[in-house]
Ligand binder design. Structure first.
Ligand code: ASP
Length: 611
């Protein structure tokens, strides 16, 4: 006996007369005084079963017991539906199965939610994920994810890449987040870190003579969870020997195009746009701008040098956005709040009403020529930021993103892919009062900028690049340092003594001393990419079993305390910051899905710890 010989979603008018056996879940059951109708669902779709007591007495008896989500096996004949019973919305809507044999394979207790309920709370969906996974949305998303990943694998392999595995238990790699630590029973007091990425290992593969590495790698990062961030996630991880930047970008573009093609979608035109970090931050106030709308930032620093308006005259940079709408006072107050979230002290503006009249508390301080220069069309508003160049860009970038959404400026029919190139090599960390890496410490230096590592670190440009899609950062990469002397100088610039560098990265420095080819690579967040492909607002919708913002798994209740004896074996005692033994607390069961805490920086850039 086989459980089934036909799939529920495949039956059509041409199948009339066939005897079929189906197996699946009860989507809905309707009792029409005598006749019982069941929507039988499997992974291919829904088919209507009809159980007629006059045709099959035993089956009708069984059918009385069935409830939603019972699992059934049904055998019967495919018949055409009466003309007035055809369901146009269902691919199988022209037929139904007149059941002769019916068997309950598995029962279900009453459900915490019905599968066709709209708006079920996410915590409840995650707690009963096996039910949620049966819903159309999750079926579609996870299958889409599988299609995308297999298309990427195929294209990578066509391009000569070989799939390598790298360890999860490693000596921490500095990717800008905290490590998850793993105690080692055989060596109490020593810990592995779970790989934040395979970064160093992929470099060692190419140094080891494998010139085209790839992997769909799982990475672990101990960061606050958000819509686009989980503790563990997958990335398409790539490394190429003897590669110029353009060669790496080309590989990634091909992987993206292959994904669109696999879903029968019009792929984005290649090559994708490229823009330097300096230009994108000046024009859009962000290193991951959404280019589906304009609203570019403009500079008025020179123009306002001698302004009567002291705030402008004294600021290092004065920049502005011209928005095609005359905002009301209340709207401007709300925009000021947004600007403040991005670090502004206030928000200066000029509103040009429908007659072209200017409404603004600062207009009286501005000269004719200044007003003429800002002179926007009637029915528009000019919003200003006067601050350091970086802060002015950041504030206006935040406003730009907000307004793009609020005013519905985004052209939803466009796919805007962008390579941001030529990032700075270092960032100044105000908290630590030292330079930190802006990508990771193995990022190559722009040829000709090596001297700046010591003489003017802030001016040194790197060979890093990011891929951005519709305002989301899909991933980053770089041409790496392959010269041990340059790597040592970068470590020094990051404040590592030679002894510390040796202790942390001695193995890499040694590998670089033994014939390292020029190389470069990239990593693209697969879950984020798939979520965007599926048009989902957060990556939890494309992950089978995600965690919620408190860091818990609502399904199993993990993380949980461990028995005292297990901890003892590992040489672990849990202490508070004062050194006192901590009473082990029960797991956090709050099913909060999005972190309430704001990211440390509103632009969401990660804070970089010491390498
Ligand atoms: N390892 C980097 C990351 O995970 C990507 C790369 O440079 O290849 O972000």
């Amino acid at each position: 006996m086989s459980w089934r010989d036909t799939e529920a979603g495949e039956l059509r008018a041409a199948d009339v007369g066939r005897i079929v056996t189906l197996a699946g879940w009860v989507g809905r059951r309707r009792d029409h005084g005598g006749l019982i109708f069941v929507d039988l669902r499997d992974h291919t779709g829904i088919c209507q079963l009809v159980i007629n007591p006059e045709r099959a007495t035993d089956a009708a008896q069984t059918a009385h017991d069935i409830r939603n989500e019972f699992v059934l096996r049904a055998k019967g004949e495919v018949v055409a539906r009466a003309a007035d019973a055809v369901n146009e919305k269902l691919p199988t809507g022209e037929v139904e199965v007149q059941v002769d044999e019916l068997e309950i394979l598995s029962r279900s207790t009453p459900l915490p939610f019905q599968l066709d309920d709209e708006g079920v709370d996410e915590p409840l969906r995650l707690k009963y994920r096996w039910l949620d996974l049966r819903r159309e949305r999750m079926q579609r998303n996870l299958r889409l994810s599988g299609t995308v990943i297999s298309a990427i694998r195929r294209r990578m392999e066509e391009l000569g890449f070989v799939d390598f595995w790298t360890p999860s238990l490693i000596k921490g790699t500095p990717e800008g987040a905290r490590d998850f630590l793993v105690p080692v029973r055989l060596q109490p007091g020593n810990f592995f870190a779970l790989a934040q990425s395979p970064q160093v290992y992929k470099q060692l593969f190419v140094i080891g003579g494998f010139d085209r590495y790839y992997q769909i790698a799982t990475c672990w990062r101990d960061e606050d969870l958000r819509a686009d961030r989980q503790f563990e996630f997958r990335q398409l991880d790539v490394e190429v020997a003897f590669a110029e930047r353009e060669e790496v970008l080309d590989v990634l573009e091909q992987a993206v195009v292959a994904s669109f093609e696999a879903l029968d979608r019009e792929p984005p035109a290649r090559p994708f746009a490229r823009m330097s970090w300096h230009d994108v931050t000046a024009r859009y106030g962000s290193d991951k701008p959404d280019l589906r709308f304009g609203l570019e930032i403009q500079d008025a620093t020179e123009l306002t040098r001698g302004s009567e308006f002291g705030v402008f005259a004294g600021a290092e940079a004065v920049r502005f956005l011209t928005v095609p709408q005359a905002f009301s006072r209340a709207e401007l107050e709300r925009l000021e709040e947004v600007a403040k979230e991005w670090g502004a002290k206030g928000l200066a503006y000029l509103v040009y009403d429908e007659t072209g009249e200017v409404r603004s508390p600062i207009a009286k301080f501005l000269s004719e020529s200044e007003l003429r220069a800002f002179g926007a069309d009637p029915g528009s508003t000019v919003l200003f930021a006067a601050d350091t160049p970086a802060a002015a860009s950041r504030i206006l970038g935040g406003l730009r993103t907000h307004l793009g959404r609020e005013l519905d400026l985004v052209d939803k029919g466009r796919q805007a892919f962008l390579w941001v190139i030529d990032f700075p090599l270092f960032e100044w960390s105000e908290d630590d009062k030292r330079w930190t890496f802006s990508h990771h410490p193995f990022t190559g230096v722009m040829p000709g900028h090596e001297e700046l590592i010591e003489s003017d670190p802030g001016a040194a440009i790197s060979q890093a690049y990011d891929l951005v899609w519709n305002g989301w950062e899909l991933g980053s990469g770089s041409i790496r340092i392959h010269d041990q002397a340059v790597q040592t100088r970068v470590f020094r610039a990051l404040g590592l003594s030679d002894a510390e560098a040796e202790e942390k990265f001695g193995f890499l420095l040694e590998a670089l001393r033994m014939g390292a080819p020029p190389h470069g690579g990239f990593a693209m967040g697969i879950d984020r990419f798939v979520a965007l492909m599926a048009d989902e607002p957060n990556i939890r919708e494309v992950i089978g079993f995600p965690k919620v913002a408190s860091g818990s798994d609502p399904l199993t209740g993990a993380p949980t305390p461990m028995p005292e004896q297990t901890l003892q074996e590992l040489g672990i005692r849990v202490l508070d910051s004062e050194g006192a033994a901590v009473k082990i607390v029960p797991p956090d069961r709050s099913l909060q899905t999005d972190a309430r805490a704001k990211p440390a920086r509103p632009d969401g850039r990660r804070r970089k710890p010491a390498p």
